[in-house]
Design a protein around this ligand. Structure first.
Ligand code: HAM
Length: 412
């Protein structure tokens, strides 16, 4: 028997209703903030990610799913931001819209070692606001993330924020880090010893326990920030206080991707174990320019849907419509039943029937297994008199209803 690929998951009907609810809540909240949906392809040119996430990023070095064919090599997208900015430029949205707010929902792929909350195919609910450097937008983005969490019924999370500053500040931060880490280089993993030379910021997000211990000993603060970046960060923090959004400044938060500058943030949840980030994001003021566009700022975030679901636990609310199950007895009733099902569905009533030609007892059991709220029974006698038997499954009562009145009866 075939098995699903390692690190992937089947979302069975029971769980799919939770996904539908989360997606519907997300679409509603995004529209309140005037974000519009964008859908980009799952495959992209590999160089798009090398260029934007950085060749030293763990995602690029170790986690890309590559598709080779005779002519080209493509990547299954590991994240959405690079693709959205590529699409923004390719479709000239910078010229037609300038400032734009976009959201996306869809699968992402990373070749990671699977564990609880870490998959090779997982899903993002994310958004990107492109075309402004205003700190008020950073605030809106974080407030939007908070409102989404509220709509999903998630509490008990922590928001950690930091500012990496502009490219000059990032460079200053890197030099300082390099100096402090070179002394401790022998305590770091082989990858981090290389990272000190190539991209020292990546040492900050190394998952290796001993490297994390070293990182904890570093004395870090916001002193790498220039006056403008410091003022920008202060404005973001002031806004969060104004909106009563609790946050912690975490000086070591660098986020594992090269495109970030200025504000970065991460939202964690203590119920999730070691993979505790339910979502994360930040500013990428050079990304549009880096991909050949004008000098425009951008900011966004993404939630991991599987981790949101772990934080929510089992969603109890049932989003399923009430189900009517039709049982027909005999050929004439079966033909009449086809018409009845058609009319009910056209009247927005969810219904199903027995396709296994079971006995009345077997069909009633099937109706019960399908979770039917009511059952219709149509036999030759009923058909002759233009009536149908309507059985309420929870009350175990039944009555006869005229076929012409059936829709009205089921709607009330
Ligand atoms: P990220 O932190 O790499 O950011 O991913 C965002 C979220 O996706 C994580 O916080 C986590 O919840 C979830 N996630 C990541 N990897 C996995 C995995 N292997 N299995 C399950 N869930 C996972 C980004 O991707 C950025 N593009 C976010 C962003 C948007 N920044 C600016 N705009």
């Amino acid at each position: 028997m075939f098995k699903r690929v390692t690190g992937t998951k089947d979302i069975l009907p029971e769980e799919a209703s939770s996904w539908q609810r989360i997606e519907a809540e997300a679409r509603n909240i995004f529209s309140l903030y005037n974000y519009r949906e964008i859908r980009t392809p799952i495959i992209e040119e590999v160089s798009l990610f090398n260029r934007t996430l950085g060749t030293t990023a763990e995602i690029v070095q170790k986690q890309m799913f590559l598709i080779h064919n005779q002519e080209d090599t493509y990547a299954l997208r590991p994240e959405g931001t690079a693709s959205i900015v590529r699409s923004y430029l390719e479709n000239n949205l910078d010229k037609t819209s300038g400032f734009i707010k976009l959201y996306y929902i869809g699968p992402m792929f990373r070749l990671e070692r699977p564990q609880k909350g870490r998959l090779r195919q997982f899903h993002h609910i994310g958004c990107e606001a492109i075309g402004s450097q205003d700190a008020a937008l950073d605030l809106e983005i974080i407030a939007l993330a908070v409102q989404l969490l509220k709509s999903f019924g998630i509490s008990g999370y922590k928001i950690k924020i930091n500012s990496l500053g502009c490219p000059k500040d990032k460079h200053a931060l890197s030099l300082r880090l390099k100096e402090s880490l070179e002394e401790k280089s022998r305590e770091l993993c082989a990858d981090c010893q290389e990272r000190i030379k190539n991209n020292v910021l990546r040492v900050l997000d190394c998952k290796n326990q001993t490297c994390q211990e070293v990182v904890k000993t570093l004395s870090m603060n916001q002193s790498h920030l220039c006056t403008d970046c410091l003022a920008h960060f202060e404005e973001v923090k002031k806004g969060l206080n104004l909106l009563d959004i609790p946050f912690q400044v975490q000086d070591r938060l660098a986020r594992g991707l090269d495109y970030y500058n200025r504000t970065v943030f991460e939202i964690t949840h203590s119920d999730l174990g070691s993979q505790d980030a339910i979502g994360a994001g930040g500013r990428y003021n050079n990304l549009v320019h880096e991909l050949g566009g004008p000098d425009l700022g951008g900011i966004g975030f993404a939630f991991g849907v599987e981790r949101l679901l772990l934080a929510i636990g089992a969603l109890t609310e049932n989003t399923r419509k009430k189900l009517v199950y039709l049982i027909t007895l005999g050929e004439a009733a079966k033909t009449a039943g086809i018409k009845i099902l058609d009319q009910l569905r056209k009247s927005d009533i969810a219904c199903d029937t027995d396709y296994l030609c079971k006995s009345l007892k077997g069909a009633l059991r099937a109706a019960n297994d399908a979770g039917a709220d009511s059952v219709l029974i149509l036999g030759d006698d009923e058909l002759k008199n233009d009536i149908i038997t309507l059985k309420d499954m929870s009350k175990s009562t039944q009555k006869e209803v005229k076929i012409e009145d059936l829709t009205k009866e089921l709607k009330c």
